[in-house]
Design a protein around this ligand. Structure first.
Ligand SMILES: Nc1nc2c(ncn2[C@@H]2O[C@H](COP(=O)(O)OP(=O)(O)OP(=O)(O)O)[C@@H](O)[C@H]2O)c(=O)[nH]1
Ligand SMILES: [Mg+2]
Length: 416
């Protein structure tokens, strides 16, 4: 690059007539301007080239992975597993915020048990109480790993043929008395269900396909900024605090209900269908109801919390000495949520499609006529044929194998 060229003194700065060249020879001013503008233009070109190279490199090191699959397929659970491996400190920091969500999972299970008992008791003798079973997919049999809530099953019972032998739920007088006492004692806890759901969901009203607690990006921050719901150790304020207190004083009743022969019978008969993770939380209620309870990793992994929209998680991942910026997109999988996926397709590096193979005897929460395996297959076909995804790598993950094993062991058979 040439040294700064002195401009001839005493001339108007706007239009010098001539300048001195390197050799001391006077050069015409136009030539100087040509050279100078060329030099600046070259500099700009060089800067632009460097910038675009930088951007290309950043793009190359950025890996965008979308977690796709129907609701409850385990997308958020897989995201949490990535977080455990690559950003365990952030998950550790989040543990207090999971406390009211774990509490909600228990309250929801208690509510479902009581509602199902009430419903069964209200049925006239001899009436089919609507065992959810589809002979096309499975043989009826005992199960402790039922999927959706019983209330959901009930309003759909006319649509699904029952092949189960008639079973009438008629507890003994003693059993009825215990149930009635437990029901009364657990009512204050169950009464907190709706307000806790609303608080955890940030006050968003329930809409189609969303039946539990659901979260958008940054939900932990929302809980943090709302002192009423602060979920830290021993907190006793707000609905979350009330729920913690109510749970603390109800733990023995919850244990008694969970161990009650009527509950066992309804589960055995596949009339009572709790959420998949409910048995885990009910088995651990004594620990979880402790006032200074802090969720452990197992609790966080087992929690059921619906995702709303698309939530981006970023992980720096070191592969062979190169740092990659992994962007994981966890999406809401219910049918009403799937339109939000499309804008993310174009620059997706990879798709991890989750298809729970234990779902062969389950139906969609948002469309109780659709078998969950059918829906997964249909969704997978649509994803595979989407032109926007033609360059994306595709990983198919058949998960919930533990639940499949449990079902097969319990005597449920796949027919289709
Ligand atoms: N037993 C078992 N449970 C699992 C497995 N994977 C996920 N779950 C549970 O399944 C439930 C649903 O999982 P989520 O990760 O919330 O499902 P999701 O796909 O994010 O659902 P949406 O956000 O509604 O689209 C949670 O209670 C998880 O703990 C698995 O492999 N085995
Ligand atoms: Mg989710």
């Amino acid at each position: 690059m040439p040294a700064a060229v002195p401009i001839a003194q005493g001339r108007s700065s706007s239009a010098p007539a001539s300048i001195e060249g390197d050799s001391g020879v006077l050069l015409p001013a136009n030539r100087f301007y040509d050279e100078e503008s060329q030099r600046i233009s070259n500099l700009i070109d060089e800067e632009l080239r460097k910038e675009s190279q930088k951007q290309r490199e950043a793009r190359r090191k950025q890996v965008k992975v979308m977690l796709l699959g129907q609701a409850e397929s385990g997308k958020s659970t897989l995201q949490k597993q990535f977080q455990i491996y690559y950003a365990s400190q952030s998950l550790d920091r989040e543990r207090p915020f999971w406390k009211p969500v774990v509490h909600f999972n228990i309250i929801r299970a208690v509510k479902t048990m009581l509602e199902e008992i009430d419903y069964e008791l209200s049925q006239p003798e001899g009436e089919d109480s609507g065992v959810e079973s589809d002979p096309e997919y499975n043989e009826p049999g005992p199960s402790s790993a039922g999927p959706s809530s019983s209330s959901h099953r009930r309003h759909n019972k006319s649509k699904q043929p029952s092949a189960a032998p008639e079973h009438v739920f008629r507890p003994s007088a003693n059993e009825l008395e215990t149930l009635s006492v437990l029901r009364t004692r657990l009512l204050p806890l169950v009464a907190l269900h709706d307000s806790l759901a609303s608080e955890l969901s940030g006050g968003v009203s329930f809409s189609r396909g969303l039946t539990g607690v659901f979260v958008r990006a940054g939900w932990q921050g929302l809980l943090q900024s709302n002192p009423g719901s602060r979920a830290g150790k021993g907190s006793v304020v707000g609905v979350a605090g009330l729920a913690a207190k109510a749970l603390d004083s109800s733990r023995e009743d919850i244990q008694a209900l969970w161990a009650h022969s009527s509950v066992k019978e309804l589960i055995q008969e596949r009339k009572l269908k709790l959420e998949e993770s409910a048995p885990f939380f009910l088995d651990n209620v004594a620990r979880i109801a402790e006032p200074d309870y802090l969720p452990n990793l197992d609790d966080v992994l087992n929690v059921r919390l619906q995702t709303l929209g698309v939530i981006e998680h970023s992980f720096p991942i070191n592969l062979g000495g190169t740092m990659y910026d992994w962007r994981l997109y966890d999406v809401g999988g219910a049918r009403g949520q799937r339109h939000a996926w499309i804008p993310y397709f174009e620059d997706a590096t990879a798709i991890i499609f989750l298809a729970p193979i234990s779902a062969f005897d389950q139906y969609l929460e948002e469309d109780p006529r659709t078998n969950r395996i059918d829906d997964s297959l249909q969704l997978f076909t649509t994803i595979c044929s989407n032109k926007l995804l033609k360059k994306a790598h595709l990983v198919l993950m058949l998960n919930k194998t533990d639940l499949l094993k449990a079902k097969l062991k319990a005597g449920i058979r796949v027919q289709k």
